[in-house]
Design a protein around this ligand. Structure first.
Ligand code: HEM
Length: 347
């Protein structure tokens, strides 16, 4: 029995992101990252909010069936896809940017780059655009999944009503740590939220108090003026910036906001309710630099969740539609040599 346990301890555990590699397309398609970057930059010029949308799109891809581009698949007459689950529809945005990038990529080098990789590159490019050139190398080689269901999205995406324990549980199930969770929540320093994600804190909060007593009264007053109690019914498209101080800049102000009771969601506020999580928040309030360094590391880690590599999955031709059976088979046999390489390069 003892030797059995010893052998088990020696067996390799598949590391998060195993099979991905920085420079995966360096031989097969060296200009791919430039093409994706151009598509993101063009979209950003028209609407700078799209950067936040793409960062969240990558997160919602990775937390549901791994980073396999499944969030990009459209619903069909007999399947409601992830993108149409309540946490995603109508709030997720950036799909057209991925379509534009994929079009440019396919035109230059067909059937080589997965939609999942394009999304991972686009999230990194969005971080560079909002984070004052903050950047990192993206290990690539993801393959696209062929399944996308509403139920998987409902089961795996964290709710803005979550407690600290629920959030930690949600992230550890994806092999991310509690610290990764606090670090990645800092993405709420950019972008917007619809009213229904936080009105639970503004109206009929509890028998004792109409408004969540942990939110700053001034902030609650402001939010009520933006989102009246009937807003979800009559103004479902109303949104507000999540970071009051610097809504378009990726910086540590999210944590400063939290520390001053300016967190927007119950789940943001929850980071202050546990001593370990709060210690990380305090650390990032003090140092933007420390947070940024950890943020890019956690983004790479998140980008490695349950990835399909090698001959798994497919290279989808249209990010919204899975390939037909024959096309998928054909693609499996035309994979580039580098696709078989393994090892997760350190950055
Ligand atoms: C910790 C658990 C998390 C919860 C409960 C959560 C929840 C939410 C909710 C409810 C919204 C607003 C959606 C809307 O109503 O429009 C939102 C927005 C956003 N989230 Fe999270 N989130 C979490 C973690 C993350 C992570 C890990 C990232 C990325 C690394 C992220 C990035 C974003 C971004 C960038 C936006 C703004 C999107 C936009 O402007 O289109 N979130 N999040």
């Amino acid at each position: 029995m003892k030797s059995f346990i010893f052998i088990l301890a020696l067996l390799p555990v598949t590391a998060i992101g195993a099979g991905l590699k920085v420079g995966f397309y360096s031989k097969s398609f060296p200009s791919v990252e430039t093409l994706v970057q151009q598509a993101v930059a063009t979209a950003f010029k028209n609407n700078s909010g799209i950067a936040a949308g793409l960062i969240r799109l990558h997160f919602h891809d990775c937390f549901v069936r791994g980073c396999d581009g499944s969030v990009l698949i459209d619903s069909t007459s007999n399947n409601t896809a992830e993108k149409d689950a309540a946490p995603n529809n109508p709030s997720l945005r950036g799909f057209e940017v991925i379509d534009a990038a994929k079009k440019a990529v396919e035109a230059a080098c067909a059937r080589t780059v997965s939609c999942a990789d394009i999304l991972a590159f686009a999230a990194r490019d969005s971080i560079a655009l909002t984070g004052n050139n903050l950047t990192y190398k993206v290990p690539a080689g993801r393959r696209d999944g062929r399944v996308s269901t509403k139920q998987d999205a409902l089961n795996n995406l964290p709710s803005p009503l979550s407690t600290a324990a629920e959030l930690v549980g949600n992230f550890t199930r994806k092999n991310l740590t509690a610290e990764d969770m606090v670090v990645l929540s800092g993405a709420h320093t950019v972008g917007r939220s619809h009213c229904n994600s936080f009105t639970n804190r503004l109206y009929k909060f509890s028998n004792a108090s109409d408004v969540d007593p942990t939110i700053s009264p001034g902030y609650a007053f402001l939010l009520k003026s933006i989102c009246p109690s009937n807003s979800s019914q009559f103004f479902p498209n109303t949104t507000t910036a999540m970071d009051l101080m610097t809504p378009g800049a990726l910086d540590n102000r999210y944590y400063l906001g939290l520390a001053n009771n300016l967190g927007l969601f119950t789940s943001d506020q929850a980071l202050l309710t546990n001593a370990t999580l709060k210690a990380s928040v305090d650390e990032f309030v003090k140092s933007d630099n420390k947070w940024k360094k950890k943020f890019v590391k956690s983004m790479v880690k998140m980008g490695g969740i349950d990835v399909l590599t090698g001959t798994q999955g497919e290279i989808r031709l249209n990010c919204r539609v899975i390939n037909s059976g024959s096309a998928a088979l054909e693609l499996t046999t035309t994979m580039t040599g580098s696709a078989a390489s393994s090892g997760f390069d350190e950055i």
